[in-house]
Design a protein around this ligand. Structure first.
Ligand code: 4NP
Length: 175
């Protein structure tokens, strides 16, 4: 049976990418695709290796039924570019950091998560954040230095983009 392996990537692997992983796992279970799409997450930075996700991210996720408590921070490795079919970054800085270490043959695996929200016509998902002057709908907002609202926006963005990502992957799973 064909499977697809996806690694979500942010800077610290304690806010955005664990949130994307938790949302994706939940949606895959609902879609009965948990055995077809393998999901993991990692950070480009090394500051939070071995740590549980940020308490604020865990709390916001739990309120929507996602359990992030068992995830632990890790840093992306060269081997990940081989292991995963898609390396899905949260923002342009993550893409730039990934491209620096990516073997040239694997470069096409690097994508932005929010591309998949756009593909599915769900770019409205970010709500109020879209009215912020520096909001870029191509990126998942970095909530680390902000208030609680940032974590809700991250969840909205991940929910929309993971729906789009699953829809985009379905044709690859028919065999
Ligand atoms: P994340 O958020 O990349 O979504 O996990 C951050 C976590 C930590 C830091 C920045 C962003 N930091 O500067 O330590």
């Amino acid at each position: 049976m064909k499977t697809v392996a996806i690694c979500f990537v942010c800077l610290g692997n304690i806010c955005r990418s664990p949130t994307a992983e938790g949302v994706m796992r939940h949606q895959l279970a609902e879609a009965k695709l948990a055995d077809r799409i393998i999901v993991d997450s990692a950070g480009t930075g090394d500051w939070h290796i071995g740590e549980a996700p940020d308490e604020r991210a865990q709390r916001a996720a739990k309120n929507r039924g996602y359990d992030l408590s068992t995830f632990r921070g890790r840093q992306i490795t060269i081997a990940d570019f081989e292991r995963f079919d898609l390396i899905v970054a949260m923002d342009d800085k993550n893409v730039a950091a990934l491209r620096q270490i990516c073997p040239p043959a694997q470069r096409d695996k690097i994508r932005l998560l929010m591309e998949f929200a756009m593909d599915a016509g769900m770019s409205e998902a970010s709500g109020a954040a879209q009215r912020a002057p520096d909001f870029d709908p191509r990126e998942v907002v970095d909530p680390y230095f902000g208030g609680g609202e940032g974590f809700e926006i991250v969840l909205n963005q991940c929910e929309a983009a993971c729906r789009g990502l699953i829809a985009a992957l379905r044709p690859q799973l028919t065999l």
